[in-house]
Each structure stands twice: as C-alpha cells, then as structure tokens.
Design a protein around this ligand. Structure first.
Ligand SMILES: CC(C)(COP(=O)(O)OP(=O)(O)OC[C@H]1O[C@@H](n2cnc3c(N)ncnc32)[C@H](O)[C@@H]1OP(=O)(O)O)[C@@H](O)C(=O)NCCC(=O)NCCS
Length: 226
C-alpha cells in the first residue's frame, strides 16, 4: 500500500530558545511579542523555528523562504493547521506543545496532525467527558494508578486526529472513538463527523520521556521519519 513519509521532530524549550526568534518571520515575531506567558512564548518560538527548519531540511529550501499559511476550517481566518508552498508541492505541517516539549510533523501533499502531552493531569481528575462511551468503559476498567497514562494516551490519539482534519476542539472529542492504549492506534468510530468523510491513519510516536505523542494523516498511511 502506498504510504506518505511524515517527518517528525521533537525538542524542549530551554535557555537557548529566545535566540531562535531570529528564525521566525515578522508576523510570528509580532505574535510572540504579544504573548505574556514566557513558557507559552518559548513553546511558540521553538515550535515555529523547529517547523521551519524541518521543512527546510526535508524539502531543500532556505529556512528564511518558508512562509506558513493557515486557513481556519471554521471561519476561514488565518489561523489553524499550517501549510507551506514549496517547489515540490504543498507541505502540511502540524505543531504541538505541552509543558515545554514541542513536536512538529510535516508531510508533502498529505494533511497531518501531531499531538504531544505530558503524562500528567492538568486538574484533579481526568476530564472523562472527552471520552466516548466505549473509551470510558475501557478507562473505568483500568486500575486507578494507570488512569492518568490511559487518559493521556486516549487524548493524544484523539487530538492528533482532530488536528489532522483541522477541526480542532470545535468538534467534541467524545464523538470520536479511538483504540485503547493496549492496542495499536487507530480510529474505531466517529459519530456525526462533519463532511467531508475521511480516512484517518493513526500511530503513537516517540516524543521523549515523560510525554506521549500521536500522529494522524488523512487518506494515506504514514511512515515516520524522525
Ligand atoms: C488546535 C487545538 C486542538 C490545540 O490544542 P492545544 O492542546 O492547546 O495545543 P497544541 O499545542 O497541541 O497545538 C497548538 C498548535 O495547533 C495548531 N492549530 C491551531 N488550530 C488548529 C486546528 N484547527 N487544526 C489543526 N491545528 C491547529 C497551531 O499551529 C498551534 O500551534 P502554534 O500556536 O504554534 O501556531 C485547540 O486549540 C483548538 O481546537 N483550536 C482551534 C479552535 C477553533 O478552530 N476555533 C474556531 C476559531 S474561528
């Protein structure tokens, strides 16, 4: 079966992240300057710098010539899933950040979505309303000590899919059912999926210790190059 090569990188923010601002374009630098939370700003800067370098390396272009564009699936505004036009075609790019870890995926001609999450809870309890009935049944059956990891695995798989389609969280994650953590990643069901209906290919990806990651591509299965 035909597959698409999906380039994947992960990186962590640190003292050198500020210096990467020089790699960003004017609009991205202005966006970063408006971000008050230093941690979020660093993640944005590292994400866009990593994305630019990944596209430059993968498709043989100068980093300074990489201009990301985005068209929101909901309002057609200039935000959402990223893409860049190269001489070889449109490269689709997905960026994700969590607790200083950044993951970037890029594929030529195929839409992709990546999600990275720290294996930890943001609140006191996992927000199980994000899970479908089938996922909740699996979640409820696992021992308490494993529930955070199980929830984060589900969440990364679901969010990678919603990022590949461009829906993001405008679509309730509970409408989507993915396979459980003990099975290979795949989409099992999607009720009320907005048109157009799509084939989604899903895998778990290594984004470093302490974090889970997932990658989704539309229409074609992927081979991860990272
Ligand atoms: C995308 C979304 C799922 C990200 O959630 P998150 O866990 O906080 O963030 P992540 O770190 O995984 O991803 C952030 C990246 O997702 C990308 N992104 C934003 N919206 C996206 C979408 N609809 N589809 C795919 N990717 C999207 C951006 O590149 C962003 O990175 P950047 O800030 O460096 O540009 C969530 O914020 C969302 O649904 N946003 C869009 C909501 C929307 O479309 N509203 C309608 C507006 S009119």
């Amino acid at each position: 079966m035909k597959t698409v090569e999906c380039l994947l990188r992960h990186a962590t923010t640190g003292p050198g992240t500020g210096a990467l601002l020089d790699l960003l374009d004017e609009a991205e630098r202005a966006h970063a300057a408006g971000m008050r939370h230093a941690g979020s700003r660093d993640e944005f800067v590292l994400g866009r710098a990593t994305a630019r370098l990944l596209v430059a390396e993968g498709w043989g272009v100068e980093p300074s010539t990489v201009t990301f564009r985005a068209v929101c699936r909901s309002c057609a505004g200039p935000h959402g899933r990223l893409e860049v036009v190269t001489a070889q075609g449109v490269v689709h790019v997905s960026v994700s950040h969590s607790a200083g870890r950044v993951a970037v995926a890029a594929a030529l001609g195929v839409r992709c979505g990546v999600d990275v999450e720290r294996i930890a809870l943001r609140g006191a309890k996992p927000p199980v309303t994000a899970l479908s009935a089938a996922e909740r049944a699996v979640f409820a059956a696992v021992p308490q000590a494993q529930r955070t990891a199980v929830f984060v695995r589900y969440w990364t798989r679901k969010e990678a899919v919603l990022k590949a389609t461009g829906d993001g969280l405008t679509v309730a994650p509970a409408t989507l059912t993915v396979s459980g953590p003990s099975e290979p990643a795949r989409v099992l069901a999607w009720t009320d999926r907005p048109e157009p209906h799509l084939t989604v290919h899903l895998s778990d990806v290594d984004v470093g210790p302490g974090f889970f990651g997932a990658l989704a591509t539309l229409d074609l299965p992927h081979t991860v190059i990272g």
